[in-house]
Write a protein that binds this ligand. Structure first.
Ligand code: 3HC
Length: 284
């Protein structure tokens, strides 16, 4: 299938980043969120990123004008009726994802692909809720989506090879490196990365070192580009907690038990950068 028009559902951090790279690769993109303020914030952020690119000499004013013309922002999900693929990047909740994907199946044209950007959830379960499980697959981007090169491509049990190949090609065209992963909780990266971040939160909770010391140690001692706790703040502590809880449930293995530090911070509404406070304070 030749993808020409991309729909992105969810204009939060991930959706905005996915829309950005898709536009920059020359695609027409419809970015939709049901909350008008979130759409406005996303478009504002994209315009700022493109203005910065012009200032840095990385893009011309003409290129940026084209980007803006290629992007349509909307709050009406029915605007997806003629897209070739929807990349859904909404809240990480299986019931909501199933409901929304079912709705997408009813709105989109019959041959449209439905991709879901999920951190860990079952693609097969999401696909089974739609009228086209053979055209549903996981397309897992990494935060910040405009920068990180990887896209994990995860077929569900009945996803066709044609759909997988189309999405692998699309990932390359938007400047990403696709890696195919079998369906399994957390796929490749989060299966490894989330327990690592969780252990860092345990070290913090036990008072072994401060957040800054833990992050400094992992950057200088293990060559990480970013410490685990600043990464938790970037990704969202609620998301990391949800992945840990999902692992405990799916694997029935207490080794994935979430750190109490995550629970405490989520209860306080300290979800990381997006709320201004997490392991660090971003308001000061
Ligand atoms: N959003 C958008 N762009 C960002 C950004 C952000 N939050 N942070 C940095 N950038 C951009 C900068 O603007 C810069 O762009 P430019 O080259 O066009 O000027 C570029 O990234 C490099 O930034 P910097 O030079 O300031 O910073 P670094 O060299 O330190 O790189 C980083 C920043 C790429 C974020 C690096 O620290 C890194 O790789 N960190 C680890 C990130 C990571 O592990 N992400 C995966 C999280 S797990 C996940 O997302 C899965 C989910 O399911 C939980």
């Amino acid at each position: 299938m030749n993808i020409k028009k991309i729909g992105v559902l969810g204009a939060g951090t991930m959706g905005a980043g996915i829309a950005q790279v898709s536009v920059q690769a020359g695609y027409s993109v419809i970015l939709i969120d049901v909350v008008p303020e979130i759409v406005e914030k996303a478009v504002d952020g994209l315009n700022k990123a493109w203005t910065k690119a012009v200032e840095k000499g990385k893009a011309t004013a003409e290129t940026v004008a084209n980007y803006k013309a290629q992007l349509i922002a909307s709050t009406d999900i029915n605007d997806f009726k003629d897209v070739d693929i929807v990349i859904e990047a909404i809240v990480e909740n299986i019931d909501i994802k199933k409901k929304v994907q079912k709705q997408l199946g009813e709105i989109c044209k019959a041959d449209a692909i439905l991709a879901t950007n999920t951190s860990a959830l079952s693609i097969t379960e999401i696909a089974a809720a739609t009228n086209r499980p053979d055209k549903v697959l996981g397309m897992h981007f990494f935060n910040p989506a405009s920068v990180m090169k990887l896209v994990e491509v995860i077929p569900g049990v009945v996803t066709t090879n044609d759909v997988v190949q189309t999405v692998i090609e699309l990932s390359k065209k938007i400047g990403k490196e696709p890696v195919l992963a079998k369906e399994s909780p957390g796929f490749i990266v989060n299966r490894i990365l989330v327990p690592y971040i969780n252990e860092a939160a345990n070290v913090f909770y036990e008072g072994i070192a401060t957040a800054a010391e833990i992050d400094k140690a992992m950057k200088l001692g293990a060559g990480m580009p970013m410490g685990p706790l600043e990464l938790a703040d970037l990704v969202g502590i609620d998301i990391i907690l949800a992945v840990c809880e999902f692992f405990v449930k799916e694997f029935a293995d207490s080794k994935y038990r979430p750190s109490l530090a995550f629970k405490q911070k989520v209860r306080a509404g300290h979800l990381g950068k997006k709320t201004g406070k997490g392991f660090y304070d971003y308001i000061k």
